[in-house]
Design a binder for this molecule. Structure first.
Ligand code: XIL
Length: 321
């Protein structure tokens, strides 16, 4: 019952990420995507910035294409994301809206977007990255929490559930792989939502890992404590970046082996937790990975090279399954 997913590249907002859309232009990319994966996550195509070019318009073209493609290939889809502090359009962030207007904007957005794909999206990242590293809510940066208060998060879950009662609704974040102040904050927050009867169904960790840090050995323990709350869990954006130290500025053999080991351990943690049934890597080829654009001097984070050669990490995942 477990699905193995990848992000579907396209629409990166970083200026050096402006290659032609792989989803429409790279047949090799598509062949791997259809053959190797059972779940797809739009990397950018369901974010506010992409769906909402202006206040009165929805642009569903890219998102629709992914959902239709997944259906044609017997894959499920993870929706990403509805309430976030990042990749919101300027008209929203810089607009002069009253609290009431903002609330209506979010409610209508969630109702429209989740409703459009009702019954066709397995899991939704309803709220993304709402906590800071210190375990406080990201109140300053997140327009919704700042303007409407933390109660808006519960409302977002309620609206999403009304629009699609069959979708599993998730809290999703990075640096919450292990047990730490941030994941502790999620644990308390999730407990609170569940006590209030809010339709929260899952907690997921993005798992953007780096060889510069030890593997979060308590990943499994962390997933398990959410499992014991009655929530499903998921790994949603796994990649393992590195500063290459091999010849010609490329990864060394040792680094590739270590990377494979991180991928294996992440998959094993998920396999060992009953309610962890969705395991997604944030792209499968270095050709389209977001990592070099966002992390200085780091890259090579996915399981295939930029020429679609399978790295040790690819085989490590296969063997572990
Ligand atoms: C990233 C995409 O991969 C990039 O293409 C885009 O330019 C920025 O966003 N956490 C998330 C994802 O939840 O949405 C982010 O995706 C990576 C970090």
């Amino acid at each position: 019952g477990m699905v193995i997913g990848t992000a579907v590249a396209g629409g990166g907002h970083h200026e050096d990420q402006d290659y032609p859309d792989p989803f429409t232009h790279d047949r090799r990319y598509l062949r791997h995507m259809s053959q190797q994966f059972s779940s797809l996550s739009p990397e950018n195509q369901m974010k506010w910035e992409f769906l909402r070019p202006d206040q009165d318009t929805y642009d569903f073209a890219a998102a629709d294409a992914i959902v239709e493609y997944a259906e044609a290939n017997g894959q499920v889809v993870r929706g990403h994301t509805l309430l976030w502090h990042s990749q919101n359009p300027d008209w929203l962030e810089e607009g002069d809206f009253s609290r009431e207007e903002l609330r209506t904007l979010l409610r209508e957005h969630i109702t429209t977007v989740v409703g459009r794909y009702s019954g066709r999206i397995d899991q939704w990242d309803v709220a993304n990255e709402i906590f800071q590293e210190d375990g406080e809510l990201r109140t300053e940066e997140n327009i919704w929490i700042r303007e409407l208060g933390p109660g808006i998060i519960a409302d977002a879950f309620r609206w999403a559930h009304e629009a699609d009662p069959s979708a599993e609704l998730f809290l999703n974040d990075y640096n919450v792989d292990g047990v730490n102040p941030k994941s502790d904050a999620y644990y308390a927050f999730a407990q609170d939502l569940l006590e209030q009867g809010v339709p929260l169904h899952g907690f997921s960790t993005q798992a953007h890992l780096s060889l510069q840090y030890a593997f979060p050995g308590d990943l499994e323990d962390n997933l398990r404590r959410f499992d014991e709350l009655g929530l499903n869990t998921a790994i949603t954006e796994l990649d393992v970046r590195m500063a290459p130290d091999g010849r010609h500025g490329r990864p060394s053999r040792e680094q590739l082996a270590q990377q494979a080991d991180y991928y294996r351990q992440a998959l094993e943690a998920c396999l060992n937790v009953e309610g962890c049934r969705s395991f997604t890597i944030w792209g499968f080829t270095d050709k389209y990975s977001w990592v070099p654009h966002f992390f200085e001097d780091e890259g090579y984070a996915t399981v295939m090279t930029d020429r679609f050669q399978r790295k040790p990490a690819f085989y490590a995942l296969l063997r572990t399954l």
